[in-house]
Design a protein around this ligand. Sequence first.
Ligand SMILES: C[S@@+](CC[C@H](N)C(=O)[O-])C[C@H]1O[C@@H](n2cnc3c(N)ncnc32)[C@H](O)[C@@H]1O
Length: 263
Amino acid sequence: MLTHIPADVDRLIEPCCGSAAITLAAAQAGRARRFVLGDSLAPLCALWRRILDEPAALAADYQRLWARQGDRPRACYDEVRDAFNRDHDPAKLLFLLVRCVKSAVRFNGAGAFNQSPDRRRRGTRPERMRASILGASALLAGRTEVRAGDYAAALYDATARDLVYLDPPWQGTSGARDRRYHQPLERERFVAELERAVLRGVRLIISYDGRLGARRYGEPLPAHLGLVHVELPAGRSTQATLLGRRERTVESLYLSPSLVDAR
Ligand SMILES: C[S@@+](CC[C@H](N)C(=O)[O-])C[C@H]1O[C@@H](n2cnc3c(N)ncnc32)[C@H](O)[C@@H]1O
């Protein structure tokens, strides 16, 4: 993935950042001067701000929440989840993210976090979490802007010197009946926004559909956008391994014409 990032990127903009894996890897590899992290989940953006600005205090808050589990982990999880649904505190979100099933955020129709706890694990140990928080902060603080909001606003703001990496909720995982994400992604609007950005010459890398073995999931992005499609091996699927199959996940990346032409 990093090999598709050109050498002259001013800002790497990640409008659907989640855990910002690509931004962290790009910062580590020196692939951009500055970074913009965005997500429509406002408490997640508040968490990123705390990682950047108050890493030690955030690590201490996490340690307190983690230690409270004692011999009543389930009750503690429920208390933290209820409290998070009232106050949207970023440290509580961090605790829920690492304690919930498959670390997969789920929201109910009313927008409340409703994922269950993973009964087999206690969540990342505080010392390890502290190292991750301090490491991310050291890589990004002072050169990263965090903006809560819709990906479209980040696209409008991008210039020809930037690179936008878009990893929106996957198709089939964000429809009305599957509330894996707090907000579903509408494909038609997404395609229209991409079209506008391509016309403006914005350099884009988009993760969208993929396949597991021979099975495709998600509808490819339309050809009229003029994007170049590349496939990226993403390793063995854990789900398939659990079911005794040796299938490999292949993710699709789409590169905008301005990115491909510049190489
Ligand atoms: C597939 S995840 C991104 C994972 C990320 N690449 C990582 O490294 O963890 C998609 C993210 O998009 C966010 N999202 C959903 N709808 C959005 C929207 N309309 N605008 C911006 N972000 C959105 C979700 O909150 C979620 O964090």
